[in-house]
Design a binder for this molecule. Structure first.
Ligand code: HEC
Length: 109
């Protein structure tokens, strides 16, 4: 019985240690990829239409700070005519948002 509990605890620990990266990828795939593409190039139909940028481009990566990316993900982004470019993802926790920013950074070539 004790062994089972110990084993369960170990699995729990491994799971918490590995979820961060996996979670960011999952959030990216379900929430972000339709515009920004699975590979971050934003070359999807909607991405191109809305003018989303290529995150593999170092110049694009340099064009916004982490804090700006966090704000964009949490509060969304509108163009000058108040049209929504990217909606707010306010259901995400701070940690999830930070993990997504790190994920976005990982596209840089
Ligand atoms: C409906 C399409 C759409 C979806 C879905 C979307 N984005 Fe965006 N995103 C955009 C557009 C368009 C821009 C470019 C806005 C600009 O630069 O003017 C953008 C910009 C960004 C930026 C650049 C930061 C900035 O302030 O310009 C980041 C980082 C970003 N998105 C991350 C994400 C993440 C993470 C998700 C998923 C949680 C996501 N996006 C979902 C359309 C989208």
């Amino acid at each position: 019985m004790k062994k089972i509990i110990l084993l369960a605890m170990m699995f729990g620990l491994v799971a918490t240690l590995t979820t961060k990266g996996a979670e960011a990828k999952e959030n990216w795939t379900t929430l972000c990829a339709k515009c920004h593409g699975a590979d971050g190039k934003s070359d999807t139909k909607i991405g191109a239409k809305l003018g989303a940028k290529d995150f593999t481009d170092a110049k694009v990566q340099d064009s916004f700070k982490d804090e700006e990316a966090i704000k964009t993900i949490k509060e969304g982004k509108k163009d000058k005519d108040d049209k929504t470019l990217m909606k707010a993802f306010d259901q995400l926790s701070d940690d999830e948002v930070k993990a997504l920013v790190a994920y976005v950074r990982s596209f840089k070539k």
